[in-house]
Write a protein that binds this ligand. Structure first.
Ligand SMILES: Cc1cc2nc3c(=O)[nH]c(=O)nc-3n(C[C@H](O)[C@H](O)[C@H](O)COP(=O)(O)OP(=O)(O)OC[C@H]3O[C@@H](n4cnc5c(N)ncnc54)[C@H](O)[C@@H]3O)c2cc1C
Length: 416
């Protein structure tokens, strides 16, 4: 994108989740006058609901070789996080075909290499934003402990660990006692662990988005609570953004509307194969857990936060705005007491969020095809909290007309 003249240095970001807020902040740091628009306000959607993990080594895609053989068994098991409501089975089928094709070895290697370039820069990308907002305490670096209550699950996960290791991610394989040395609250049924010290976590994802958004406004940004309906496109200038109450113009528009981005991109002529992959959390009193844990046998993430212990799971491929299915989700989440003896199952809070998931596990970052003054920043799936700041940084570089510090070719919007 050509460098913009100073009078054009206005930007409008649609979506105040972690990706939109970080993007708005980086654009502001590049000298743009920024307007951020969200239908519900900052951090009210998926970015508030996640497991808090900052995956400094999360470079492995979700589709891996041989996974297709396991899918039918996953769908049959009521306590497995993967679910597809019958009404979404046909609409989601093309996505699943792409997902399984992304699990071929050659593609897995390409995706892993591409994801490594972004995940290995996440803490450096967050640092200036949280420092300026006085929110450094929101990011903790205790690593992430993958735990296994069966030898089988430990072995099944070996391919993925070796994939990350092959890219230089340090993971320590542990026996049960060594795992409990890292996190003493774990029960005696833990037989193996894998400790990835590079990871971090956010102690309150919702508060972090809100604190960053407040800093944006304090620094001169504007925040509107409006729902974007669509665009009015001109010859080759930026489109006007039409909300339910106003029409906005800016020199640059960024679509960072998470799982709702597919519909907005389609209005500009780009079809992206995104599915809403919904996940759930339940907040419990924290018995003193210090290290974020992923229980791989049950696919539960358990994260100590400032307001309790968050247990998260779920990969429900349902339409983005359909009602949550808490019966099923809570049955999955309540299994957490099988890992931490004496865990008090007193539910303090619950929530559901829609991950904006792409079939190749990679985000969409780059100029909208046919609309050089519109940038896409969405599709972060399971690692949007991880990638929020680095995505913002890359969008800032693009908007400023500089070469991006990371090659974003693998994330281009027209790759499908
Ligand atoms: C259970 C669960 C656990 C997770 N755990 C992790 C984890 O440990 N680590 C990690 O990195 N990621 C995790 N994720 C994924 C992560 O939360 C998401 O990838 C990330 O929040 C996506 O951020 P976003 O800003 O793109 O979207 P969102 O946070 O969904 O924000 C999009 C915003 O756009 C707004 N919007 C949408 N449409 C419009 C419109 N038309 N007009 C105006 N505004 C609009 C919405 O109101 C919303 O605020 C998890 C997700 C879930 C569900």
């Amino acid at each position: 994108m050509a460098d913009m003249k100073s009078q054009e240095k206005t930007a409008l970001v649609i979506g105040a989740g972690i990706v939109g807020v970080c993007t708005a902040l980086y654009l502001q740091r590049e000298g743009f006058k920024v307007t951020l628009i969200d239908k519900d306000g900052p951090g009210e959607a998926c970015s508030a609901v996640n497991a808090g993990g900052l995956g400094g080594g999360s470079c492995a895609p979700f589709s891996l070789p041989g996974l297709w053989r396991k899918v039918p068994g996953m769908l049959m098991n009521r306590l497995h996080p993967l679910s597809v409501p019958p009404s979404n089975f046909l609409p989601a089928t093309p996505w699943f075909i792409r997902f399984l094709l992304a699990g071929r070895q050659r593609r897995v290697d390409e995706i892993t290499d591409a994801l490594l370039t972004v995940v290995s820069n996440i803490f450096e990308a967050y640092e200036p934003l949280v420092s300026a907002a006085g929110a450094q305490d929101m990011i903790q670096r205790q690593g992430r402990l993958f735990v296994f209550t069966s030898r089988q699950a430990f072995e099944n996960n070996r391919y993925e660990r070796d994939l990350r290791r092959s890219r230089g991610v340090v993971i320590e394989d542990l026996d049960g006692d060594q795992t409990r040395e890292v996190e003493p609250k774990l029960g005696p049924n833990v037989v193996h662990g894998a400790y990835q010290r590079i990871n971090g976590h956010v102690v309150n994802p919702k508060r972090m988005v809100q604190v960053l958004a407040e800093h944006l406004v304090r620094s001169g940004g504007t925040l509107f609570r409006e729902k974007v309906k669509g665009f009015e496109t001109g010859a080759d200038g930026p489109p006007k953004v039409v909300t339910e109450t106003a029409t906005h113009t800016a020199g640059l528009v960024v679509i960072a509307a998470g799982a709702w981005s597919r519909a907005l991109a389609a209005q500009l002529g780009t079809r992206v194969p995104m599915q809403a992959e919904r996940g759930y959390f339940m907040m419990l009193p924290n018995p003193g857990l210090k290290v974020p844990v992923q229980w791989n046998d049950k696919l539960l993430a358990i994260c100590p936060m400032e307001h309790g212990l968050r247990v998260s799971s779920g990969a429900e491929f349902a339409p983005v705005d359909s009602p949550p299915d808490y019966d099923r989700a809570l049955a999955i989440l309540r299994q957490a007491d099988g890992l931490i003896p004496g865990l008090e199952m007193r539910e303090l809070e619950r929530g559901m969020g829609a991950r904006p998931s792409m079939p190749d596990s990679m985000p969409v970052i780059g100029a909208a095809p046919g609309h050089p003054k519109v940038l896409f920043a969405f599709g972060h799936g399971h690692i949007g909290l991880t990638l929020g700041a680095i995505t913002g940084k890359l969008i800032g570089e693009l908007a400023a007309g500089r070469p991006t510090s990371i090659d974003i070719t693998p994330f281009r919007p027209d790759r499908f």
